[in-house]
Design a protein around this ligand. Sequence first.
Ligand code: 6OG
Length: 197
Amino acid sequence: KLASKPVKQYTLVLCLDRSSASNLHTQPQSQAQAHRILLGYKKAGFGAHKFNGFGGKVERSDSSVRAAAARELHEESGIWVPESMLLRAGTLVFDFEDGGSAPPFILHVSVFTLDWKPEVILPLDENASAPVPPPFETDEMIPQWFDVHAIPFADMWPDDELWFPAMLADKPFVGQMWFAADQKTILKSIVAKDDSG
Ligand code: 6OG
């Protein structure tokens, strides 16, 4: 039986650091593989005590999904960049089995990457007065850089292991995951390339 549930739009932004001494002289940075990724440890709410990218629900007041992604990135990490710097990486759809505290709606998550360059962070007054430059701890997240070979998958949503390889290889992807009500078990998943864009 096909479920009919509302679909809610979400965003997720992963910051990738492609600059490194070894990459620098061999290839343009835009094509270099990321060697570090910025994740945030979520302090409370949905997905609490997990590492994840920065993101959240698209609000009616957001002018676009990309604008929502830029807003959430700023709210959760202090990073404020022109929204045009957010690159569309993929789309994920999460459907939870009924029961428990699992969301009674389908999450449609637009995933973006941001090529991390400290110089592009816009100087907001708010940031200028901050004790440290972004990324910094916010009410929701504690940002932390990880080597791409040491991503803490055991402390992340279990789907991440399925699509991070495509994202880190700059391959557009679409994925759908069906979670059990325990919000831990993936009952079924599909990850595919998306060359349509
Ligand atoms: P707020 O509750 O913070 O938005 N999100 C997921 N991310 C991953 N990697 N896997 C999942 O598997 C996820 N479900 C939701 C979307 C929630 C944030 O968490 C992401 C949003 O960025 C189920 O407003």
